[in-house]
Design a protein around this ligand. Structure first.
Ligand SMILES: [Zn+2]
Ligand SMILES: [Zn+2]
Length: 355
């Protein structure tokens, strides 16, 4: 089958590889309909290995190392069901959470699999969905209700990241939410915050196109990141600042900005993965009694299933965010390249339905 394989930095090849293996006990094999390319994939391509294990240090749980098939935003149709799998059958559309833990450690025993020291993610620590087929544990596949298109189902992973971020931030009905970054996670956070009953959703991004998409995704107000962000958010929130802020951009500036736009006694959730250190004012955190909360990835039953449910209710679609579609053959040449342009699309989806 054809797949986009990470070999080394700047070396992701779309090439012929052995077919995804037949499912063993508790696994399914599925034909990929759509797989999103994530900022994480771009990081692996441009400056990796960040997460992908190399041959000198195979992954402790999966024992796998590069070359590995990328892709962790997967919507696929079940083709084969392994022994011991219930609730899924051939032809079902599934979205794949793709996160597995060791099942034995302190965090796994507390249902915090995303914090497991041996945590493995599809498309980074074992073969992912930028391929024709994928074989995964059935426990990580969430059934997509009828009526949800495959391209929208492929947004379940980033939407589940937004669900977790807002869960971690303890969003309460009627609160104001300010979101730094109008990329995929920021747009998903806006849509989920609106669906969860936020009274006000403000998205802050330097790109005009992103701000336009944010208004379609659920933001009531948008701001240019280059203005005095804290002042502008305060102005929109009776001079107070946002009840909850979310850094969905993960830049050196956006984390501190998320803290600065949260009101006194408010919460700032950091979900964007900043690879460079930031400078922030602890004075502001102490004197404002602000909470700064990290949020990582998602957990299958609490976040991912909820994301699928929200997508099935039309909270966000691939059309809303104007996802760009490319065929698997063009995953690198067209997909990865598009996402490194100065004004990248919010999402590139790779799949057979693209031309
Ligand atoms: Zn991702
Ligand atoms: Zn564990």
């Amino acid at each position: 089958m054809l797949a986009a394989v990470w070999h080394a930095r700047r070396d992701v090849r779309v090439e012929e590889v052995p077919d995804a293996p037949p499912p063993r006990q508790g696994e399914i094999r599925a034909v990929v309909e759509w797989c999103g390319i994530c900022g994480t994939d771009i990081e692996e391509w441009r400056s990796g290995p960040v997460w992908v294990p190399t041959s000198d240090k195979p992954h402790p749980l999966t024992k796998r190392h590069a070359p590995l098939i990328l892709g962790h935003e997967v919507a696929a149709r079940v083709a084969d069901v392994g022994p011991g799998v219930s609730g899924l059958s051939e032809g079902n559309l599934v979205a794949i959470d793709g996160l597995i833990g060791c099942g034995e450690c302190f965090w796994c025993s507390r249902h915090q699999v995303n914090l497991c020291p041996k945590m493995a993610n599809i498309g980074l620590h074992f073969d992912g969905g930028l391929a024709e087929k994928v074989t995964v544990p059935a426990s990580t596949a969430v059934l997509v209700p009828p009526g949800v298109a495959g391209d929208t189902a492929a947004l379940a992973e980033p939407v589940s990241v937004a669900v977790r971020a807002l869960r971690r931030g303890r969003l309460v009905l009627g609160e104001s939410v300010a979101i730094l970054g109008g990329g995929m996670i920021g747009l998903a956070t806006a849509a989920v915050a609106r669906a969860a009953g936020a009274s006000q959703v403000i998205v802050i991004d330097p790109l005009e196109e992103r701000r336009r998409l944010a208004l379609g995704a659920g933001a009531g107000e948008v701001l240019d990141q280059r203005v005095d962000v804290a002042g502008a958010v305060a102005e929109l929130t009776n001079g107070r600042g946002a009840d909850l802020s979310v850094d969905a951009a993960g830049t050196a500036a956006s984390g501190p900005q998320a803290i600065s736009v949260a009101r006194s006694a408010g919460r700032a959730v950091i979900v964007g993965l900043a690879h460079k250190p930031s400078t922030t004012s602890f004075f502001d955190i102490v004197t404002g009694e602000k909470e700064v909360i990290g949020s990582l990835s998602h957990i299958a039953d609490e976040d991912f299933s909820e994301a699928v449910r929200l997508l099935s209710r039309g909270v966000l679609t691939a059309d809303t965010i104007q996802a760009v579609k490319v065929p698997l053959e063009g995953a690198v040449d067209r997909g990865f390249e598009a996402l490194t342009q100065p004004e990248p699309p919010a999402k590139v989806l790779v799949g057979k339905g693209a031309t």
